[in-house]
Design a protein around this ligand. Sequence first.
Ligand code: FRU
Length: 526
Amino acid sequence: MRHLLFLTPFLLFMACQPETTEHTAQVASDTLTGEQHRPRYHFTPPEQWMNDPNGMVYYDGEYHLFYQHYPDSNVWGPMHWGHAVSEDLVHWEHLPIALYPDSLGMIFSGSAVADLENTSGFGTAEDSPLIAIFTYHDAEAAEAGANDHQTQGIAFSTDRGRSWEKYEGNPVVENPGIKDFRDPKVFWYAPDQKWVMIFAAADRVRIYNSPDLKNWEFQSEFGENSGDHGGVWECPDLFPLMVNGEEKWVMLLSINPGGPNGGSATQYFVGDFDGETFANDNPEETTLWVDYGKDNYAGVSWSNVPENDGRRIFLGWMSNWQYANVVPTYSWRSAMTVARKLELADTPEGIRLISLPVEELHQLRADSYSLEPRSIPNELSLTEFTEWQTPAKEVMLEFVIPEGAEGLDFGIVISNSLGEEVRIGYDQAQQQYYFDRTKAGKMDFSEDFAGRFPAPRIAGSDTIKMHLYVDVASAELFADDGKTVMTNIFFPNENFQQLGLYSENGEVQLVSGTLYNLSPATIAME
Ligand code: FRU
């Protein structure tokens, strides 16, 4: 760790010569991908279209990540499940496509479980099967005007997810005539030794139970009048978390459109669950958002994470249906967020969900710089202090607003030599974080893309903490230890390799700061 003493830029530059040539070599290789906007450490498909993460399950030392995938084009089309595995949530290995469309339809979003007791009978108790639970979307029936064209099906694997067989008795949940009827998330409910399925049906969720993953019985519906109903509900999740020594259940619910900054976003509810029914703790009209950015959608959590790990680990699709099909990347489209640990926290506003980047990401830290406390002028460039120029950075800053200051507006600016920039800051007057991509480079592919997006500050502490993960085409802000989260993508004409701090209407006090250049995460092909 080196200290930046804020001497003259020349002296600092001299003090920060590279320690080894290793970094230079890494930069050279990762700029050689030749694909503008391809992230360095976020998961992307090898090529063509990707949307929602699916089938997230930990099994036998591997995190599985399946995803909505159309292998023949970089726009949405007949859905398959693409597949990758990772031992550490950071380095991924691409595997062959796991599920192909069949006579019952395309393979829409869903989940996967490890059937440890072999309740399904597809494996043995010693060699437990993995079961994928997904939505069949019968496109022809949909076009013909049917409203029962989405059903739930299952498939199983007895070889650690390397090959999959669809169940001959599919579908396992028939559709009673609800047009949007999809995205099953299944989990084991230990108190009753049974499986629970939750999925979205129009702007509600439905909950089913099963002893064996094949026979399902309807239990309850949740959502009428609760939360946001600006669009169709999709991709629910339901899991317990501890807070104040008590177990609470969190329901994640993606909604499109209706997000706080337009288009797609994920809301959540906190309450109780008895295996059959979910009871919301908050007033019906309360809407809570997992992430206030425009680009974190359809995220759900991994199942079967070992108890001795104990984390609830989440990852979302880093795009928005407003422009997902037209973002300027070729020949792949879309990336996932970094993996995040979800927790509940008791805040001045009540029990809230917090998201924190998983610690496995620390292994990407290549070199680091610590900033001395100081007050921040109008603009302060940090670029010349970090000798390794990469767009992949992690930034951790703590600010204090000096007594008497009013209307301060301060934060981090990432920019390039073309004058394009993104600002991620805090607006004291509004008590809001914001993400400004109005000058971020390519924007004309959609009128819904450019903008300055606010997010409320939930924490009440005096210190304003910003933790930022920046990649070639995205930035993820975890403010106040994950209490306010914003994820947004961007497409500059030249990578954002410059980094600075700014403070308008007066000088904010920087209490501490650390910058890291991040190494690319290798993504292997099978
Ligand atoms: C969410 C979603 C899901 C659906 C899938 C289709 O982004 O619309 O509801 O299963 O995408 O690709």
